[in-house]
Design a protein around this ligand. Structure first.
Ligand SMILES: Cc1cc2nc3c(=O)[nH]c(=O)nc-3n(C[C@H](O)[C@H](O)[C@H](O)COP(=O)(O)OP(=O)(O)OC[C@H]3O[C@@H](n4cnc5c(N)ncnc54)[C@H](O)[C@@H]3O)c2cc1C
Length: 386
């Protein structure tokens, strides 16, 4: 990565400057109102940061994932949250790797210019969360279009996106030999879809996440919006999920570093019994432990990203990076809150907000249990548990 050192320093600097303009009070106000941080996302877009993975030929900066993750990590390290915009990075691989030249020419320049937002990723359904192959939303070919029927849940940013990558079943489950066959991926143009059978209903959550439920009632999607081959969508989504896990892991590392710095500063300043609380090993050691966990997890994030960029298999590393980084950020968050005593619960310190936000990563985009069962089965050769 040495050839990118200068670019990385510039990216981190740009992110820090933007986060400075959108500091704690901005996020607290958005959190209270459960409002989308549109101004922050616009600032990242204007700085060209969200087009970092788009090849230069289409107007982006053509950076590898291992450099792009410096952006998401720095956003979190500076106390902000990339959840409002990270999907543009992690869904990009699906379009780049499986889209046709015509599809790339149609969408990528507009995304790079910031005129089109690719921020929604429609996979999860009420009866198929972890069990992705169990989705029941259908897309049925009818002349030159597919007709989509069904429901999705937890689809984040759908109200703040122009395009959505959608996974739907194109061949009934009883007509395919493997349950992962017969699924296909589409690019859905959301503004058009909203007038033709798509309903979006927001879900209010513990964190400010702009997540929604989607209902498809005979929603047409042009056949030319099918990505890659019909029926192969599960594989395409899986390769995109590795990028998602690596980027989310980098956000966890950013969170963990914010928690560790905030806890350390407070432990040095706060005096109880006439001395800094950080002088007590009971306060100091959990922070030091979280630091060690974070730096170790970060090495796995780098390894996973390097394998991804080299086009090599990285399922195990991406999963381990996500699990270790999410555990590190949770340990750091818990320690930071405890270090602050009662003040950890006060809104103005931002600790309780980030504590709530970082909890998500134990569940989404994949839960810790499922990572462990992946490792148990695929890496260690133990029997499949489900
Ligand atoms: C805020 C938020 C934003 C999200 N954004 C998106 C998005 O933009 N797009 C999208 O498609 N999805 C999104 N998701 C969905 C997310 O990916 C799912 O919540 C996640 O995959 C888990 O699915 P589930 O919630 O249905 O849990 P379930 O599948 O119902 O699992 C519940 C619990 O049971 C455990 N479990 C299930 N099966 C097993 C097993 N065999 N062994 C051991 N434990 C098991 C799980 O680990 C989990 O802890 C989002 C979710 C949230 C909360």
């Amino acid at each position: 990565m040495s050839e990118y050192q200068e670019i990385i320093a510039q990216l981190r600097d740009t992110v820090a400057q933007i986060c400075d303009q959108y500091a704690g009070e901005y996020w607290r106000a958005k959190d209270r109102a459960r409002e989308y941080p549109g101004e922050f996302v616009q600032a990242l877009t204007d700085a060209g940061l969200l087009a970092c993975l788009i090849p230069e030929a289409y107007g982006g900066s053509g950076l590898p994932l291992s450099v792009a993750l410096e952006i998401t990590r720095a956003i979190h390290e500076n106390g902000a949250n990339a959840a409002a915009c990270h999907a543009q990075m992690y869904t990009m691989g699906t379009l780049l790797r499986h889209g046709s030249d015509e599809q790339k020419a149609r969408y990528l320049p507009g995304i790079a210019r910031g005129e089109l937002r690719l921020q929604a990723f429609g996979v999860t359904e009420p009866s198929a969360g972890t069990d992705t192959a169990g989705i029941t939303t259908t897309a049925t070919l009818d002349g030159d279009r597919y007709i989509v029927n069904g429901q999705k849940v937890w689809i984040s940013r759908a109200e703040h996106s122009d395009l959505m990558i959608l996974l739907a079943r194109t061949t009934p489950r009883n007509e395919v030999s493997k349950r992962t066959d017969g699924l296909s991926v589409f690019v859905v143009e959301l503004r058009e879809a909203l007038e033709n059978g798509l309903t979006i209903r927001p879900i209010r959550t513990m964190i400010n996440h702009a997540t929604t439920e989607l209902f498809f009632d005979n929603m047409p999607v042009p056949a030319e919006n099918l990505l890659g081959e019909e029926g192969k969508g599960f594989r395409y989504i899986l390769s995109g999920m590795n990028a998602e896990r690596i980027l989310i892991a980098s956000e966890c590392i950013g969170d963990a570093r914010w928690f560790i710095k905030t806890a350390t500063d407070y432990a040095c300043e706060r005096k109880v019994f006439g001395r800094p609380i950080g002088q007590n090993q009971g306060v100091q050691f959990p922070i030091a432990r979280a630091y060690a966990q974070t730096e170790a997890a970060d090495l796995m994030v780098s390894k996973a990203a390097e394998l991804y960029d080299a086009g090599e298999a990285c399922g195990a590393e991406a999963n381990m990076a996500k699990m270790l980084a999410a555990e590190a950020s949770w340990a750091a968050g818990d320690t930071c809150l405890q270090t602050h005593g009662g003040f950890g619960l006060a809104e103005e310190y931002d600790v309780e907000r980030k504590f709530r936000e970082t909890r998500l990563y134990q569940i989404a985009p994949i839960s810790t249990n499922l990572i462990l069962s992946y490792l148990g089965e695929h890496e260690l050769g133990m029997p499949r548990s489900y």
